[in-house]
Write a protein that binds this ligand. Structure first.
Ligand code: PMM
Length: 370
């Protein structure tokens, strides 16, 4: 599951001084190579098995000490996971959040209005969102359930309208519905959603997993120990990392046994759900353990409370949610480094940029690679 870049080909790739000197003299040639490389980066494919794209010079940049010889092959040894039926651009995906709620902690009801939600969806697409996650129920700690009819009223018209957007129609971007209810998931699917994001992992509504299996769409199962109203009372662990892994494994087994297709199942550790800030940091420090689950992983820490606590002012007042975006972007880089399938965030462009940096580094061969 973990991605690595491998360089295959002549092993003395940094050792030719004459070639290096020539490269340093020829500024124009290097500029051209960089332009070419930028074009390659925009393509962004991870699977690289042919000769270097800068065949024009044969000298992709490899630091100040030398150049790759002509014919060197750069290969990503393992691939990032792909989820059937969803965009697969060859990097960590970015899922933009659209909370059609009056009370989400993270955006304070800014997109409760139908037109505002739609406008926001279009903005997220323009920023490069691969997935739009539309939700009608706040799951902030302490929140009460929203009425099922109200959840439908909030989400379905927004999903239906977004489904008409060119990026959705041509498959560049997909719609996800953030719901714990099978009935909402079904109507969202009929309106154009192709991913069900269920923070309860199938535990809130017994009809959810059979419904997701029947619809055949992608399904996110998050680690969850109970509804938001009292979930923080369940934040007790001996070892949060292995317990979250094992509880997710049991949820996944249940989903697969009920017919959810293995190539459509995504798991999520559920930062902030029945977890203290310290639990979140411990999970973040051991993301590799979650890969033992062998499934694509979703990373959703955007603007969460533990970041507000980290960034508290000198009087100890937590940084408000809208001031947590830079820290969120830092975590996106961390998630991308750890080969997460996708990050769920409130502002898309900074996360796309962070992923582009990690992706570029990943595909840069080092002197020791062979
Ligand atoms: N967190 C929230 C909502 N939906 N979905 C998944 N899969 N994982 C999460 O951690 C998650 C979620 C709560 O945050 P919000 O107010 O940003 O939507």
């Amino acid at each position: 599951m973990r991605g690595r870049v491998k360089v295959a080909g002549p092993s003395n790739w940094c050792g030719n001084e004459a070639e290096r000197d020539a490269a340093e003299r020829d500024e124009a040639e290097r500029d051209e190579a960089e332009r070419h490389e930028a074009e390659r980066d925009r393509g962004g494919a991870h699977r690289r098995t042919g000769p270097p794209d800068d065949a024009h010079t044969g000298r992709p940049a490899c630091g100040a000490t030398g150049t790759l010889p002509r014919g060197t092959r750069v290969t990503r040894v393992t691939e990032l996971p792909v989820v059937a039926g969803l965009p697969a651009p060859g990097r960590t995906l970015v899922m933009g959040v659209i909370n059609v709620t009056p009370d989400s902690f993270s955006d304070g009801g800014s997109f409760f209005d139908h037109d505002a939600a739609l406008r926001h969806g279009r903005e997220l697409i323009a920023e490069g969102a691969d997935i739009l996650d539309v939700g009608g129920e706040s799951t902030r700690p302490g929140a009460a359930r929203v009425d099922p009819e109200e959840e439908l009223r909030r989400t379905i018209p927004v999903i239906r309208a977004l489904a008409d957007e060119p990026a959705i129609r041509d498959g560049r971007t997909a719609i996800s519905v953030d719901t714990m209810r099978a009935a909402t998931a079904r109507q969202a699917y009929e309106a154009g959603a192709r991913l069900i994001n269920d923070v309860s992992g199938g535990q809130a509504d017994p009809a959810m997993i059979p419904t997701a299996a029947e619809l055949g769409c992608a399904y996110v199962q998050m680690h969850w120990r109970g509804h938001s109203v009292d979930m923080q009372s369940r934040a007790h662990y001996q070892n949060v990392v292995t317990e979250v892994r094992d509880e997710l494994a049991r949820l996944a087994d249940r989903a697969l046994a009920a017919g959810i297709r293995a190539d459509r199942l995504v798991l999520d550790p559920g930062f902030g759900f029945a977890k203290t800030g310290e639990h979140n940091w411990q999970l973040l420090q051991h993301l590799d353990v979650l890969h033992e689950l062998g499934r694509p992983l979703l990373f959703a820490a955007s603007r969460k409370r533990f970041l507000g606590t980290l960034l508290a002012d000198p009087d100890g007042n937590p940084r408000p949610p809208l001031g947590r975006d830079d820290a969120t972007t830092a975590l996106t880089g961390w998630a991308a480094q750890h080969d997460f399938w996708a990050v769920r965030v409130h502002t898309v462009r900074p996360s796309r940029d962070a992923i582009a940096v990690v992706d570029r580094l990943r595909r840069t061969p080092g002197p020791g690679d062979s």
